[in-house]
Ligand binder design. Sequence first.
Ligand code: MN
Length: 238
Amino acid sequence: MFLKLVFALSMTGLAAFSAEATSAATMKELNSSKMPFTLPALPYAPDALAPSIEQITMEVHHGKHHKAYIDKLNAEVLEKKTEKNFETLVSILKNTKQFSAAVRNNAGGHWNHSFFWTIMAPESQKSKVSPQLQRQIDAAFGSMDGFKEKFEAGARDVFGSGWVWLVKTSDGKLKILTTANQDNPLMDISPEAGTPILGLDVWEHAYYLNYQNRRADYVKNFWKIVNWKQVSSYYQEK
Ligand code: MN
């Protein structure tokens, strides 16, 4: 972390430094983040996920798309002074009915992307699923392959822009859910509730530069860069 900060300072000056917090390592940390929201630094270099996801896609996705959600969220919530009882990011997600569509979309966009960066890692740092999570995957889907097949089908079935999620339900079981736009299963408007432990962005902006219309290839290559250690840790988190 120290090196990252020094690097940011020396390269781009104080303004850039203050805009980049480190990415959250726990869901609690992400959920409890407060306004004004800031762009978390990627937990790896922007070229580290290539060739599954190329550098240019990561730079635009993180630096432009994700940043835009944050800027709009801050503007919407702060300017309209609706923040009083909804201090944390998760409290906004759990009360989207009380906010404008813009808040719902941009709060979702911020949470979803902050989470998404953490569940990926360079292929060279491949990690394993914990035995506890593997047991639940086997119970819900028969096997890891069975899970991947269903998750890929979920990604395929999202019409237009959205996300596919692996969620933990309140009884610790696993389920695959899909959401449209920047919605997620933590939101009060979600037809099915759950805590995401893995998620995949299937908006075209997440893959179009390298894969064009080949969403299925993007999803296949995603498996090479899943950070199973982090996913397992999200599964364990209370
Ligand atoms: Mn995205």
